[in-house]
Write a protein that binds this ligand. Structure first.
Ligand SMILES: Nc1ncnc2c1ncn2[C@@H]1O[C@H](COP(=O)(O)OP(=O)(O)OP(=O)(O)O)[C@@H](O)[C@H]1O
Length: 344
């Protein structure tokens, strides 16, 4: 069953310099129980996609077009009150980048979990507190720590408590936005494993946002690669890791050689992501792409299906057999770096 279906989503920010097209025609779908990774460099629009789904955008942001269907209903049409009552927490819960920002420093963590439960259900306070304790146990935190304040928690424990809070109402969809980047690598690993186990145990669908391809390669069934506010490639994880077609996906993969089987240099994609202020026609990746040809600069590529439910936005997608080996060579990207430097 399709749980979430996003169609032609466009979200913009009003700024003094013009409108930032942060999400510019995104299509995505997620089945119940499935886990989807959204990957891309910083500034590509990942967080804005997540915030658009639950409509927690900053004041200068708005969804200007498109649909977000949750369980068949277009929730972009819901009032704030409907979203608060029916969707946020009980259906879709978000684990933010930094747990400390998600908790109120003046209340104990347990009281904050109780507050979420009692605000959305008829559960009495003492039962809600029992639920908070059992969620703590699920996340491997001593249940007595429900009486602690957020500042009494270490970073890793606060992040786990935030996951407990997100699970308080048994949501059908969990959105984790870079949930472990602020933590040290060992703790990151442990938390990622726990999230993965929980997703299996609880049968929740999950959207995992990260810039780290190695994280999603272990956690997700499908991966959406975001660049310049668009999904440039969407496929099952195996395809994205082993046989991607988009030059940007191929470039990102080179930056995480640990996920590759062959011996390879770590090469980052030269240049930087584009500013999304009133973008021009053309492929947004063209200035950094070693395979860009004339039409890439003038015509925006549209999403084309390939394989079993995969999509790609690249004028040269049909040439992937030839492009893939070229893109795994470090010289290809180094030469492109020289082209970019010569243009500057
Ligand atoms: N409140 C805002 N006002 C104006 N522009 C914004 C605002 N928030 C985000 N943007 C811009 O929207 C674009 C997408 O940002 P977004 O945070 O969604 O990217 P991201 O891929 O999640 O990056 P990160 O990994 O750094 O969080 C960027 O160009 C960013 O500068």
């Amino acid at each position: 069953m399709t749980l979430l279906e996003i169609t032609d989503l466009q979200t913009q920010f009003e700024t003094s310099e013009g409108r930032v097209h942060a999400v510019d025609g995104v299509n995505l779908s997620l089945e119940a129980n499935e886990s989807l990774g959204i990957i891309g460099e910083s500034g590509s629009g990942k967080t804005t996609i997540a915030k658009s789904i639950v409509r927690l955008l900053p004041d200068n942001g708005e969804i200007v077009d498109g649909e977000v269907r949750y369980d068949g209903d277009d929730i972009t049409e819901y009032s704030d009150r409907q979203l608060r009552k029916q969707i946020r927490w009980n259906e879709i819960a978000v684990i933010p980048q930094n747990a400390m920002n998600g908790f109120d420093p003046v209340y104990t963590v347990g009281d904050q979990i109780v507050e979420v439960i009692t605000a959305h259900t008829d559960t009495p306070n003492d039962e809600a507190m029992e639920r908070a304790k059992s969620l703590f146990q699920t996340l491997g935190i001593d249940e007595d720590r429900v009486h602690d304040y957020p500042h009494q928690f270490s970073g890793g424990m606060a992040q786990r408590a935030m996951i407990a809070l997100a699970l308080a109402l048994d949501p059908s969809l969990l959105i984790a936005d870079e949930p472990t980047t602020a933590l040290d690598v060992m703790i990151q690993d442990r938390i990622l494993h726990r999230i993965q186990e929980l997703q299996d145990e609880l049968d929740t669908a999950m959207i995992f946002i990260t810039h780290d391809m190695s994280v999603v390669s272990e956690t997700c069934d499908k991966i959406a690669v975001v660049y310049g506010g668009r999904i440039v490639e969407f496929a099952d994880t195996e395809t994205i890791i082993k046989n991607p077609r988009h030059p940007y996906t191929l470039g990102l993969r080179n930056a995480f050689p640990s996920i590759m089987t062959d011996d390879q240099d770590l090469v980052s994609i030269p240049g930087t992501p584009p500013p999304l202020l009133e973008p021009d026609e053309g492929c947004r990746f063209a200035p950094r792409c070693p395979f860009a040809e004339e039409r890439c600069w003038s015509e925006t590529p549209q999403s084309e299906p390939y394989g079993d439910g995969n999509t790609i936005e690249c004028h040269r997608a049909d040439e992937h057999e030839r492009i893939r080996p070229e893109a795994s060579k470090s010289e290809t990207w180094r030469e492109q770096e020289e082209v970019i430097e010569a243009d500057d």
